[in-house]
Design a protein around this ligand. Structure first.
Ligand code: ASP
Length: 439
């Protein structure tokens, strides 16, 4: 058994959290490779070390007081090192960061130091070898991960050591400079290490006990999801459920390695398993509910549209020409609706309307704004009758008007459009009908 364990910023925010992490690692000898994030928030109003570093870079570029800012960052690490009772000298590391910021400031390098330093401290605290992510993760010219080279070099390096600490979030750019993933990217590093190590599981430790069926800001104490498939997760993350970086799925997915989301503060909770496929029946018909506000629907009507070959293509071309990606496209016999993000669309709406007219000569175009989309996702829906009916009756009872419905052909999800103001009520009504009534 071989596991890769990634710890998020809140799991490493201070010495107390570091100790919990060490206990977790020591309690299971199969936890061989450790991927740390940078220290995160210790309390809600706190600042993540990554954000403090980015501020140091901004100050360096603007000619501000970098020294003071670096002292604040240093204080975070000193408190961790002291709290752990370690004797670890950070002078050299901070001198080097200060030198780079003075001579040739680089944003990615600066931002990456949070993970780098945490990795160094953790490797010394746990007595495990340190592997610099710079030597084993590579980006291509376009700035994307070079998976081929990364996997090859990483696998070779891991083959030389049974156990190691590898900091998250960064690697080496094509130009030889440090390059980071997008924010939250340590999740991706963990996934890459798990893939290269051919691990049996990728444990992603954070501050929640896995994915919840619905957003806890809307539903009080929602139940946790025990098992979710990659595809279900993709649907939910796309609609705003965020625990894991979206790009963290790919490196493990192609190898069939399950991801286990765990809670550092409640290590006995089993958390959520993210798997390729499962025979496990979800406890409820639905696996999760997620949603977002701020969409617009563009309703295009043309009589006899159904028999006009190429109509849909021309309409979509109008969006493409204006560089707008569409989210959904429910259609009727003589109507076609294109759902887009209001923020992307609003400044270009009249241009899009005229392009649609020019390309496809519709009878009319109507734009509706203030739309929220809710995705009800569940692999169990395929085998269950009446799911849609239950959703609709729940919404009718809650006096929510449904403005759009779209069921993907996979029968994995039903998307419902409601007015922005009905968003929370709708989610509560759906949660109640599927989860609460069965408790
Ligand atoms: N420290 C980085 C961030 O705050 C990366 C991560 O935590 O995954 O975005």
């Amino acid at each position: 058994m071989r596991k890769v364990v990634k710890f998020g910023g809140s799991s490493l925010a201070d010495a107390g959290q570091f100790k919990k992490v060490a206990d977790i690692i020591r309690s299971d000898p199969s936890r061989m490779y450790v991927v740390p994030s940078a220290p995160g928030k210790r309390f809600p109003a706190d600042t993540k070390v990554t954000d403090m570093l980015i501020r140091a870079y901004d100050l360096a570029v603007a000619g501000g007081d970098v020294g003071k800012q670096l002292d604040l960052i240093r204080a975070r690490y000193d408190a961790i090192v002291e709290g752990l009772g370690m004797n670890y000298d950070l002078d050299g590391e901070f001198e080097e960061i200060a030198r780079v910021l003075r001579e040739d400031p680089a944003l990615d390098y600066t931002a990456s130091r949070g993970e780098y330093l945490n990795g160094k401290i953790m490797s010394s605290y746990l007595g495990l070898p340190f592997i610099d992510a710079y030597d084993v993760i590579f980006f291509n010219e376009e700035g994307n991960l070079n998976s081929y080279k990364t996997e090859k070099v990483m696998a070779q390096r891991l083959a030389q050591t049974e156990r190691a600490v590898i900091p998250g979030f960064y690697g080496q750019g094509k130009d030889g400079k440090v390059k980071t993933f997008s924010r939250g990217g340590s999740d991706i590093t963990g996934s890459i290490v798990a893939g290269a190590a051919k691990a049996d599981a990728y444990e992603n430790w954070t501050d929640v006990s896995g994915f919840l069926v619905a957003d806890p800001r809307i539903i009080r104490n929602p139940v946790a999801i025990h098992t979710i498939t990659y595809r279900e997760l993709r649907e939910l993350s796309y609609m705003g459920a965020s625990v894991l970086h979206e790009d963290a799925i790919f490196p493990v997915r192609s190898k069939g390695i399950p991801i286990n989301i765990r809670n550092t503060n409640r290590p006995d909770d089993e958390g959520t398993w993210i798997v390729e496929s499962t025979a496990r029946k979800a406890k409820y018909t639905i696996t999760g509910i997620a949603g977002k506000k701020g969409f617009c629907a563009v309703l295009i009507s043309k009589s006899m549209m159904n028999s006009e070959i190429g109509f849909g293509r021309k309409v979509l071309q109008a969006f493409e020409e204006n560089h707008i990606s569409f989210e959904h496209m429910p259609s009727g016999i003589d109507t076609m609706t294109i759902v887009v993000h209001e923020s992307e669309f609003i400044d270009k709406e009249q241009r899009v309307v005229s392009t649609i007219h020019r390309l496809s000569q519709p009878d009319s175009i109507e734009i509706e704004s203030g739309l929220a989309l809710i995705a009800v996702v569940g692999r169990g829906m395929r085998a269950t009758r009446g799911t849609a009916a239950r959703i609709f009756s729940a919404l009718a009872h809650a006096r929510v008007n449904i403005r759009m419905i779209d069921q993907g052909s996979s029968e994995l999800n039903i998307i419902i459009g409601v007015a922005n103001e009905d968003f929370e009520t709708a989610i509560r009504a759906i949660y109640a009908i599927f989860v609460d009534t069965q408790l």
